[in-house]
Design a protein around this ligand. Sequence first.
Ligand code: ADP
Ligand code: 5GP
Length: 195
Amino acid sequence: MQQGKIIIFSAPSGAGKTTIVKHLLQVNPKLAFSISACTRDKRGRAEENGKDYHFITPEDFKKRIENDEFVEWEEVYEGAFYGTLKSEIERIWASGKNPILDVDVKGGLKIKQFYKDRALAIFVKPPSVEELAKRLTARATDSASSISSRVFKAEFEMKFENQFDEVIVNDNLETACAKAEKLVSAFLDDEVTVA
Ligand code: ADP
Ligand code: 5GP
């Protein structure tokens, strides 16, 4: 099987990783988005099935766990399962590109452990938890209870930043995107890191 590298972006929800990942996909043609499977409801017209996520039923998700189809999966929020399908990584490698993943903090560290030097794990850090809550409210895509569970989880996730290869503070978006571009290009251009 053809193998490339993997770029992992993890952060507390609302820190800005989706925004940064979308920017990288626009400027770096070597990247392709790894579409996770998930069981939560689609956010109206803001999301598309098969583009943002493969929105599947909990029964289908369970069947895929039993068939060992995931590199990694997790119940990220109560009742909401998310996972990276092996077939997705292989599809992207077969196309000659490198998958870029937007996953939660625990999932990101699991994937890094699995792919080791083949993976670059980047933690996107919000300037503060207060700012994170403001951004989630302004994004207006989640209910109040969904926002509070995300903020609660963020307090815990912030403790893991030291376990990542790189940390990007997303205060000024332009600066954060520029740093992300630089880190990702350097990693993809470095022949030595792949065993
Ligand atoms: P995540 O994918 O980590 O949940 P998003 O990329 O969806 O986060 O960003 C959360 C919200 O914050 C979005 O509405 C986005 O436009 C906004 N945002 C992202 N970066 C910044 C920034 N540096 N300053 C202010 N708002 C931002
Ligand atoms: P959201 O519901 O806001 O799209 O995503 C919630 C969280 O799930 C985010 O932190 C997102 O990165 C994470 N997530 C998305 N896909 C995966 C995945 O395949 N595995 C894991 N562990 N988390 C994921």
